[in-house]
Design a protein around this ligand. Sequence first.
Ligand SMILES: [Zn+2]
Ligand SMILES: [Zn+2]
Length: 133
Amino acid sequence: MMKYIGIQNEVVQRYAIDLCDGSKCRSDWHRTHAHLKLRRVCKWKQANSFASTFTLLHEVGHIVTNTQSMHRYEQEYYATQWAIDRCRDYGLAVPERTVEQYQRYIDLELERGIRRGLKRYRRLLLANTAAEL
Ligand SMILES: [Zn+2]
Ligand SMILES: [Zn+2]
């Protein structure tokens, strides 16, 4: 059953995402990334797996939640929490190790921000709303 593919296709449609294999992209960044204003997700590898689905949801989360005043660690937090919440909506449990992995990334971005002079901040903690299904 193509459970994940079906959810991915619906997400792409619902949030009007322009998927790009990299041919429309000027950056040589090889990992999956989003262009916020273009609502474009670049170099995402579609596969019928949770990992592929969560990567897509995280990038769409950037497109949907981003505001100009956000610091990098906040962008990563809100994009990831949005992805977790959509997993809940679609009935997908999010493994704790996935949450821990993204939390580490958010914390690293916060530490980097502090090193660069960020003065007002608070640690943002992901809530695994989709854990118990
Ligand atoms: Zn790109
Ligand atoms: Zn991100």
